[in-house]
Design a protein around this ligand. Structure first.
Ligand code: FAD
Length: 106
């Protein structure tokens, strides 16, 4: 299997890209789909220690899905929690769309 770092980078790319294409005004079905996806993802993520912590995080910090920006911010905060745990710098969540959707200006 891919090492924890390579797997992590690829996975964050996928998750933030999903947030970037999540509807601005999701239906109740779309909201329940993303919640179910995230819960199953947290069970199946093939780094077991990572998955265990992420499941606990999801229980503690309820997944917010009322809009694209709300879900993107929730995900950014979840990613920051992992950054803190690993001693990495945290990311400014007001910039998540710029990083993952619209692109940096330079
Ligand atoms: P990454 O953290 O992979 O980030 C990739 C890019 O995302 C960055 O270059 C930056 O541009 C952007 N970014 C950074 N922070 C944010 C943010 N908050 N919001 C939006 N964009 C951001 N590794 C472990 O060793 N132990 C763990 O317990 C662990 N748990 C994980 C749990 C999950 C759910 C995932 C997906 C990964 C986990 N990882 C874990 C892997 C870890 O998070 C990193 O992916 C890995 O260490 C590689 O880090 P990186 O420095 O390349 O950047």
């Amino acid at each position: 299997p891919a090492d924890v770092e390579t797997l992590g980078r690829s996975t964050w790319t996928l998750l933030h890209s999903i947030a970037a294409t999540y509807p601005t005004t999701p239906t109740t079905t779309e909201q329940s789909d993303i919640k179910n996806f995230m819960r199953l993802f947290a069970k199946l993520y093939p780094c077991w220690v990572c998955a265990e912590d992420f499941q606990k995080y999801i229980e503690k910090e309820k997944i917010r899905t009322q809009s694209r920006d709300e879900f993107g911010n929730w995900l950014c905060e979840a990613h920051n929690e992992v950054n803190k745990k690993l001693g990495k710098p945290t990311f400014d969540c007001s910039k998540w769309q710029e990083r993952w959707r619209t692109g940096w200006k330079d």
